[in-house]
Write a protein that binds this ligand. Structure first.
Ligand SMILES: Cc1cc2nc3c(=O)[nH]c(=O)nc-3n(C[C@H](O)[C@H](O)[C@H](O)COP(=O)(O)O)c2cc1C
Length: 193
């Protein structure tokens, strides 16, 4: 498939997540274009078979620049297999209230933009103290404290589960591949007789 990945990031983790997804998809034989949401206003969606939008949560909200892309292109996006990746720190835990909150944030994004992706996945992000100014650093220390964690503010800390992300993205691509490609894959998997 020809797949577009458009992302928005504030401290860089969603860019890293998006690049990783692109690498996984390319290794499976797909062709991928990776585009920052700020450069995606006039993207030609007809060139793609499937689309991934990825953004991160800051103060209960995914970046407006990504929402703008989703809203502008909603009619075209809704005609293709779509995956919404939502990167956050809440996704690193198992708190039911945090999960409900993330679901609400994703639902609010899709309701406000009119984009209805076939699949939404929450991805654990990172503390990136190397990118924070003083106030963000204080806010993140407070979030860490709320989560019952002691963190070293001299070191970035990543919670993204890369093997799980690889498995999920490959599963998504296989589920959405056009039927002849799926058939070819199962023949290849079966091997020669
Ligand atoms: C100022 C600030 C506010 C944040 N607010 C939230 C939040 O409301 N919920 C959450 O789960 N994570 C929150 N995070 C954590 C980010 O979602 C996480 O660090 C993510 O990895 C950022 O991705 P990015 O580097 O692509 O922007 C916040 C981070 C910062 C710096």
């Amino acid at each position: 498939m020809r797949i577009l990945i458009t992302y928005s990031t504030t401290e860089g983790q969603t860019r890293k997540v998006s690049r990783f997804c692109a690498d996984q998809l390319v290794s499976q034989g797909h062709s991928v274009e990776l585009l920052a949401a700020s450069d995606a206003d006039d993207v030609e969606l007809a060139l793609f078979d499937a689309v991934i939008l990825a953004g991160s949560v800051h103060v209960g909200h995914v970046q407006d620049v990504l929402a703008r892309v989703a809203e502008t292109h909603a009619p075209a996006l809704n005609g293709k297999p779509g995956l919404f990746l939502v990167v956050s720190l809440a996704a690193a835990g198992n708190e039911p209230a945090d999960r409900e909150d993330l679901d609400r944030i994703a639902r609010e994004f899709t309701r406000a933009t009119g984009w209805t992706p076939g699949r939404i996945e929450h991805i654990a992000g990172a503390f990136r103290f190397s990118e924070y100014d003083f106030f963000r650093s204080m806010a993140m220390r407070w979030i860490a404290w709320q989560r019952g964690e002691t963190i070293d503010t001299q070191t970035d800390r990543e919670y993204t589960d890369w093997p799980a992300l690889a498995a999920m993205i490959i599963d998504w691509a296989e589920t959405n591949a056009p039927l002849p490609e799926r058939a070819a894959r199962s023949v290849r998997a079966a091997g020669p007789v």
